[in-house]
Design a protein around this ligand. Structure first.
Ligand SMILES: CCCCCCCCCCCCCC(=O)CC(=O)SCCNC(=O)CCNC(=O)[C@H](O)C(C)(C)COP(=O)(O)OP(=O)(O)OC[C@H]1O[C@@H](n2cnc3c(N)ncnc32)[C@H](O)[C@@H]1OP(=O)(O)O
Ligand SMILES: NC(=O)C1=CN([C@@H]2O[C@H](COP(=O)(O)OP(=O)(O)OC[C@H]3O[C@@H](n4cnc5c(N)ncnc54)[C@H](O)[C@@H]3O)[C@@H](O)[C@H]2O)C=CC1
Length: 311
């Protein structure tokens, strides 16, 4: 016998797919975050399409996923090379690649956007996707710092729009912030929460408030670290050591900034300094600006606050 809530959903939902769990996920952006989201979605049984601008970028994203899955497989199936390989092949088999976001959006339950941290670029993307995606498709942004409502206004599906904020590295970090705008329907919100849990994450709910929970606290902390460096109070190395050994953080603020990417970091600072011109802590950092101008974007380019071996 069907459970009463199943009967209710079948009878009253606008589309049968709205009531079901999200099975097909389209991830737009195959960078640090998009590749991690695609990996974890596929590893938890979802069919995934990962979209980026060129085949070349996508093949690098695919290689990054394969490498990360290899690390996961080693832990999951220690000493069993065959099972490790079949796990990796199985997960990779659920990830398709596409350079056309509009095409990818035509048949998907959820779009998760993880492209560059720029409001206009994100709005342009979602506006195009809105024309193509089916009615039931939910849109979500992984933005670090932009208001979800500002991105969502480029679409006609505010009730099916929310924030899904994952953390870097996605395969290791256990949290997803699920963000509601005033128009997000309860059904959409519940489905996003369910997806976060189905991906093996702990979810927290948050309103569309600047930086959500984590970044509202993390950004001022990291900004104060760079102010200390700029004032000459302490070296980057000593500040990092202090925060790791004195506060128990896995990475110090400069290691973390390099890990996040200084381009993304600068996009966040630029956005917030414009938005909050009177809040001193959010104002630009000459030190970060110089590193970015010199192409030193952190771990991904081999140099940021620190130098890295290119692997
Ligand atoms: C300061 C100046 C700048 C001012 C600017 C202010 C602007 C602020 C910008 C804010 C940006 C916000 C971005 C955002 O929106 C939110 C975020 O995501 S914030 C980032 C959150 N992430 C963290 O805080 C990461 C903290 N670090 C860690 O947890 C660990 O260091 C990490 C897990 C990354 C690595 O662990 P570590 O022990 O250091 O290294 P190992 O290499 O030995 O790894 C340990 C373990 O983990 C496995 N592993 C690591 N990475 C992956 C991966 N990608 N895929 C699969 N597996 C991975 C690895 O295999 C190891 O496994 P073992 O079994 O233990 O060997
Ligand atoms: N780096 C981090 O630690 C975190 C970043 N975020 C957020 O996730 C988003 C992505 O960040 P990262 O993955 O770090 O950036 P990234 O620079 O590593 O990757 C972005 C990718 O998007 C692609 N892209 C840009 N415009 C596109 C478009 N119109 N269509 C398709 N693909 C496009 C780029 O080619 C690139 O591969 C940003 O909004 C960022 O704020 C959120 C949590 C953590």
């Amino acid at each position: 016998m069907a459970h009463i809530s199943q009967v209710y959903c079948r009878k009253f939902s606008t589309s049968p797919a709205v009531a079901g769990a999200i099975k097909h996920v389209t991830v737009i952006g195959g960078g640090l975050m998009g590749s991690g989201i695609a990996q974890v979605a596929a590893a938890t049984g979802h069919n995934v399409v990962m979209v980026d601008q060129t085949d070349d970028i996508l093949s690098k994203s695919k290689a990054a996923i394969q490498k990360s899955l290899g690390r996961v497989a080693k832990k999951k199936f220690a000493d069993d090379g065959e099972r490790q390989s079949s796990f990796v092949a199985d997960v990779m088999g659920r990830i398709q690649l596409n350079t056309d976001p509009v095409d990818a959006a035509k048949s998907t339950d959820l779009v998760v956007e993880a492209i560059v941290e720029n409001l206009d670029v994100k709005k342009k993307l979602f506006s195009a996707l809105d024309e193509a995606a089916p009615q039931h498709t939910i849109f979500a942004s992984n933005t670090s710092s932009l208001p979800i409502r500002d991105i969502a206004e480029s679409t006609n599906r505010l009730d099916r729009f929310g924030g899904l904020h994952f953390f870097n590295p996605v395969p290791m970090m256990k949290l997803v912030e699920v963000v509601k705008i005033p128009e997000t329907s309860n059904e959409t919100f519940e489905r996003l929460v369910q997806l976060g849990k189905a991906m093996g994450k702990t979810t927290v709910d948050c309103k569309d408030t600047p930086g959500f929970i984590v970044n509202r606290l993390l950004v001022p902390y990291m900004m104060e670290a760079v102010r200390m460096l700029e004032r000459g109070d302490a070296s980057a190395r000593d500040i990092d050591t202090a925060m790791k050994l004195g506060a128990g953080y896995p990475m110090g603020p400069f290691e973390l900034a390099d890990y996040v990417g200084l381009d993304t970091t600068k996009f966040i600072i630029d956005g917030w300094s414009k938005k909050y011109p009177d809040v001193q802590i959010f104002q630009e950092s000459p030190y970060v600006n110089k590193l970015v101008a010199d192409g030193k974007l952190g771990k991904k380019t081999g140099e940021g606050f620190y130098k890295y071996d290119k692997k």
